[in-house]
Ligand binder design. Structure first.
Ligand SMILES: *Cc1c(COP(=O)(O)O)cnc(C)c1O
Length: 387
């Protein structure tokens, strides 16, 4: 038994103000339409233009459906939320608004879209960067000297490394470095980085928050109301606004995030343990395995171990064969939906640090026994003539 499979969600107390509700409750009650006689949910408001005399005026400046989503995610993260057209638009709002010649410390094996944007900004002569392995705390702390911004991801994509966020965020604050945490993988169900001293939290709501693989959306959550206003101004000027229907669906998804995530991570723990014992699997990376290098940190820092795991077979050819032979689990590059998806990350440009036989699995809501049968069959089939 390598997994503490009783571990579902522990730290769901999000904040003391304005309520003492748990995350499960906040996800249900936040961002509601309060008018007597009105609908329970804030309906999608399809409007480019509003009649004079109201609060909004024009569709790029605001929308009641965005506001409902922002209120709910803001309450879950414990800050002020600004929504964007995609996760990368949210990342872009943070990175492209930095002053010229800012130095950004960032994860060498983090999300490749963020790394690609940083590389571009460096090439344009706008930023300086320093890549670090965020799992190596002394390397991160060493890189803070003279830096302006620290960009973090934990657990990392796709190696599932766990950074010592409490130590790193405290050090960043002491050094006067702005810390941004991409919380897409952990979600507010596992950690709330603002409470640990992060300046901003970034989300791809496309993933777990939307949760149904049917929309793209992003968000930045900050503690400081002035910074929130600056982000709204950036969004208005750059036009990186979410669609109305997307915001409506994302909030609908967020309402079930706690229950989806709890079930998905329980299944992930079970699959990680079984994969770890499989004869064709070379290595499993899941912070919930007691043998995983991230286990100790994850146990103390996170409210659970998440629903992403990666496992390695001997080479790219066999990994591709596994994906071909799967009948239930879908080959595809995104994650966080109700359906389990698998991706050999090494096939993508910019993922040269990832072992070529590594398969990243986003665990969905199917029955764990069906998922295991699918994985076991595909693994055995892929190696049938070569072992
Ligand atoms: C997908 C993803 C993004 C980008 O989000 P989009 O919604 O695809 O633009 C950013 N960070 C992480 C960790 C992601 O997985």
């Amino acid at each position: 038994m390598h997994v503490r499979s009783d571990e579902v969600i522990r730290n769901t107390e999000v904040m003391d103000e304005p309520t003492k509700w748990h995350a499960e409750t906040l996800a249900i009650v936040a961002g509601r339409a309060p008018q007597p006689g009105g609908p329970f949910n804030v309906p999608p408001t399809f409007a480019s233009t509003y009649r004079d005399g109201g609060a909004i005026g024009y569709g790029r400046w605001g929308n009641p459906t965005w506001s409902a989503f922002e209120e709910a995610l803001g309450e879950l993260e414990g800050g002020h939320c600004v929504s964007f057209a995609s996760g990368l638009a949210a990342v872009s709002a943070m990175l492209t608004s930095l002053p010229l010649a800012t130095t950004v410390v960032y994860p060498s094996n983090g999300y490749n879209g963020t790394r690609g944007l940083l590389e571009r900004l460096v090439k344009e002569g706008r930023l300086h960067t320093r890549a670090v392995d965020v799992v190596d705390t002394s390397e991160v702390l060493g890189a803070l000297d003279g830096a302006d911004v620290l960009w973090l991801e934990s657990p990392t994509n796709p190696l599932l490394g766990v950074a010592d966020l409490p130590t790193i965020l405290r050090a960043a604050r002491d050094a006067g470095v702005i810390a941004v945490v991409d919380n897409t993988f952990a979600t507010p169900m596992l950690q709330q980085p603002l409470a640990l001293g992060a300046t901003a939290v970034v989300h791809s709501a496309t993933k777990y928050i939307g949760g149904h693989s049917d929309l793209l959306m992003g968000a930045v959550v900050v503690s400081d109301a002035g910074l929130r206003d600056e982000l709204v101004e950036w969004r208005t000027m750059h036009g990186a606004i979410p669609g109305v229907m997307e915001a409506y669906l994302a909030l609908r998804g967020l309402r079930t995030l706690p229950v989806r995530f709890a079930r998905q991570q329980r299944t992930a723990a079970e699959l990680a343990e079984r994969l770890d014992d499989h004869r064709h699997v070379v290595r499993v990376r899941y912070p919930g395995l007691v043998t995983d290098p991230g286990f100790e940190r994850a146990s103390t820092q996170l409210g659970g171990f998440g629903a992403m795991l990666s496992f390695e077979v001997n080479d790219a050819h066999h990994a591709d064969r596994v994906v071909e032979l799967l009948r239930l689990i879908v080959g595809g590059t995104s994650l966080g939906g109700v359906e389990s998806t698998i991706d050999r990350r090494g096939r993508w440009k910019g993922e040269e640090l990832v072992p070529e036989g590594l398969l990243r699995l986003s665990v969905g809501l199917e029955h764990p026994a069906d998922l295991w049968a699918d994985l076991d069959d595909a693994l055995n089939g892929a190696f049938a003539h070569s072992s």
